[in-house]
Write a protein that binds this ligand. Structure first.
Ligand code: UD1
Length: 430
């Protein structure tokens, strides 16, 4: 199993190209199930989760062609992919595939909308809490679907003639369930209103793509989204938005190690809450014509308290990385997790590097230390594992991170991007 070896202590200096967002690419790819025409997505990141979803979509009848050409001449590696689903050949999403990635459960929306039925395994994914599917069940039921759980699967059936527009108010904000409602309601008869919808940029990206395919969605990016159903959707060409989590991760890495890095191809507005927190911690962040410039001062990190919240709040997907940054702050900070109930698994691994963190319920108290020391650590989930990498970059000596398959799910060419900025990072394949 691969490991990543890091020799810490170097500043980061240079340019890091930001990839297309994993969390936007996945629902956009799934939207290809809604049409018999070709959906072309540009800037699709090269990640394990994307490859897995390509296989899953293939099972349902999506024909995939990758044009192989690199969009950038440097290490970007994002690709343009064409998806064509002339007919859906299978409405079942099996356990073996869905259990590997929670987002693949989202095929339930388009399968149900286009074929009137779907049999989808209950999901798996990162071990960061129970992550139930009650909101999907309630939401699709509001569109007239019958939802039954049977042997670890959900059997969803639309009424004769297809889904019917309805009103649904989410009791809790869910990104995935909002995506699914947008896709399902786009092909429903009549108008759907979703209240307390997720406002994440990835929801807006999906709505923009669906509208380019002929959907009639308004209000994406606000809490109330209205969808007027249409009879069918056509093909479109759409560019995946930049990855705000990758952007924030590298900004926090530079704040921690010190240095001067331009994050190319990204957009401050996608993550202003998180970047403001990094600024308060002492880094200088400026908007440049090509993206962002982050100047970090390494040893002069100020303690900052953050609380994770749905967008536009501080993202849960940057919580572990920010905690990594705070381990080196000059004082005490608090990080509170409100989205997932079991998302502190990085705490004990950060402690192996010398961090002083105590947990009380959903809040971590971090007492900054003047230095971290390298150690062997283990990646536990996608975002936790990258927090160990950035802590390793700022630690003295050698850190090895095992179970790096978690990183490969969400960070495109991580070692290469960091190495080009002066870090000592290498992958060890046993
Ligand atoms: C997406 C992101 C993930 C991010 C999360 C929150 C993708 C591929 N993944 O995950 O990186 O951490 O948003 O920003 O985009 N919940 C329920 N019932 C449901 C659905 C969700 O209780 O039916 C709960 C979850 O357990 C969690 C909260 O709602 O506590 C938010 O989850 P949700 O927004 O649905 O996360 P995902 O869409 O799975």
């Amino acid at each position: 199993m691969d490991r990543i070896r890091i020799v810490g202590g170097n500043e980061l200096n240079g340019v890091i190209p930001i990839s297309g967002a994993k969390n936007a690419a996945l629902p956009l790819m799934i939207a290809s199930l809604l049409t018999s025409d070709t959906l072309t997505l540009e800037n699709v990141p090269h990640l394990a989760d994307v490859e897995l979803l390509l296989r899953i979509l293939g099972n349902h009848g999506v024909d995939v062609s990758v044009n192989g050409r690199r969009e950038r001449q440097d290490e970007g590696y994002s690709r343009t992919i064409h998806f064509t689903c002339r007919t859906i050949v299978d409405t079942t999403a099996p356990y073996e595939l869905v259990s590997k990635m929670r987002a693949s459960f989202w095929v339930i929306g388009p399968l149900l909308a286009r074929e009137g039925r779907a049999r989808v395994s209950l999901p798996g994914g990162c071990a960061i809490g129970t992550r139930p599917v009650d909101l999907f069940i309630e939401g699709l039921t509001a569109l007239g679907a019958t939802m039954e759980i049977d042997g670890g699967y959900i059997n969803a059936t639309a009424p004769k003639g297809g889904l019917i527009g309805g009103t649904y108010t989410f009791p809790k904000v869910s990104v995935g369930a909002t995506h699914v409602m947008l896709m399902a309601a786009s092909l429903a008869r009549g108008t759907t209103v979703i209240n307390n919808a997720a406002r994440e940029p990835e929801v807006v990206d999906l709505a923009n793509c669906l509208n380019a395919m002929g959907a009639k969605i308004s209000g994406a990016g606000t809490s109330t989204i209205t969808i007027e159903g249409v009879h069918s959707l056509s093909g479109a060409r759409h560019r995946v938005l930049p990855d705000r989590i990758e952007t924030g991760t590298y900004a926090m890495a530079v704040a921690m190690t010190g240095g001067d890095v331009t994050l190319e191809g990204t957009d401050f507005a996608l993550l202003d809450t998180a970047l403001e927190a990094v600024r308060r911690a002492g880094a200088e962040i400026t908007v440049t014509p090509s993206g962002l410039r982050v100047v970090g001062h390494g040893n002069a990190i100020r303690p900052v308290d953050v609380v994770t919240e749905p967008y536009p709040g501080f993202p849960t997907d940057l919580q572990a990385q920010f905690m990594g940054l705070m381990t080196r702050a000059n004082g005490v900070s608090h990080v509170t997790e409100t989205i997932f109930e079991n998302r502190f698994m990085h705490v004990q691994e950060l402690a192996r590097l010398g961090a002083r963190i105590t947990l009380s319920g959903q809040t971590a108290r971090i007492e900054g230390v003047s230095r971290l020391r390298g150690a062997p650590v283990m990646a536990t989930d996608l975002r936790a594992s990258v927090s160990l990498v950035i802590a390793g970059l700022a630690a003295e000596g050698e850190t090895t991170v095992s179970r790096v398959y978690h990183l490969d799910r969400g960070f495109e060419r991580l070692e290469e991007k960091l190495t080009r900025c002066g870090a000592v990072v290498e992958r060890i394949t046993d």
